[in-house]
Design a protein around this ligand. Sequence first.
Ligand SMILES: Nc1ncnc2c1ncn2[C@@H]1O[C@H](COP(=O)(O)OP(=O)(O)O)[C@@H](O)[C@H]1O
Ligand SMILES: [Mg+2]
Length: 347
Amino acid sequence: MIRVGILFGGQSAEHEISVQSARNVLAALPATHYVAVPIGITRQGQWWLADPAWLSQADPQRLPAFEQGMAPVGVRPGQGLVVFQKQQWEPLPLDVVFPVLHGPCGEDGTVQGLLTLAGLPFVGAGVLGSALGMDKEVMKRLLTQAGLAVAPYCCYRRGETVDPAAVVAQLGLPLFVKPANMGSSVGITKVHRADELLPALATAWKYDAKALVEQAIVGREIECAILDGSPPQASVPGEIIPQHEFYSYAAKYLDEQGALLKAPAELSPDQVKQVQQLSVRVFQVLEGRGLARVDWFFTPDGRWLVNEINTIPGFTQISMYPKLWELSGIPYPELVSRLVTMALPTP
Ligand SMILES: Nc1ncnc2c1ncn2[C@@H]1O[C@H](COP(=O)(O)OP(=O)(O)O)[C@@H](O)[C@H]1O
Ligand SMILES: [Mg+2]
């Protein structure tokens, strides 16, 4: 039996999505081979042993926050995890951990560093790959250096003096302003007029000391799922068709009709091959491991611009990542098993 820790919840805006993803991952691990040990992280960042019954039975239509579990969980560097039970800290034996966490303090290398120190193997990117996937500015620098196209952009530190006229002269209008380290479209503004730039920067700087100003790209939003291997494999691509002005937080999570997920995307066989090859390249350039979803803008004149990589993409049964693998011939339970098996140390 393989003991799999499922880390979920967490401090990011995607807490509820993570709970939902974890519920699906738990259900996908057959009890014949796996002992699933769900570990919930509250919004305040505390770790608790979660009740598997709570996780599996909670209404799948609702997205409850994880408030408190059965017993506190801690980390012992070099000795894995521990749990406080019967008035004492006891080892919590695990063979592997699946962090089903999104955004800062989950997908950005912090948890990955903690698990590395604990001596626990885990699913997905390591410290560097996770951190690179979170920082849109460093990500873009590395992609550009590798010859991959990205939207033209500028980066400004919190409090820097910015001349809107100069930015507009360089990048044009409209613009997208976003925190460098965030996710779920939190803190992102589409700017249509020069006088909206400074307020948009102030918004982005609330979430991160670094903000990106990007040229708004006219094009389709195409996503490709990567599953590691030698070499890493790319799924059939899918398309996001936002029904709002862009794929905003509301379009992602608040409005059920906020975006259409079209999978597979309508592309020619050549275009599919292009985006698959490019996505594997992005995965490699950004030190990917295990899994990732690579998001693109596909322009009317046939150019592919990388928008971003997500090192722990949404993992609910209806999320794009598993959906794309299902369409590519790997059903959800097999996908979960493969990711877990891949993360185990080779005997
Ligand atoms: N440069 C851009 N041009 C056009 N649309 C953009 C641009 N940047 C972001 N968007 C829109 O905003 C959404 C969220 O931006 P993204 O950079 O993917 O942030 P997040 O990490 O929060 O998902 C994208 O899915 C897209 O709809
Ligand atoms: Mg995105």
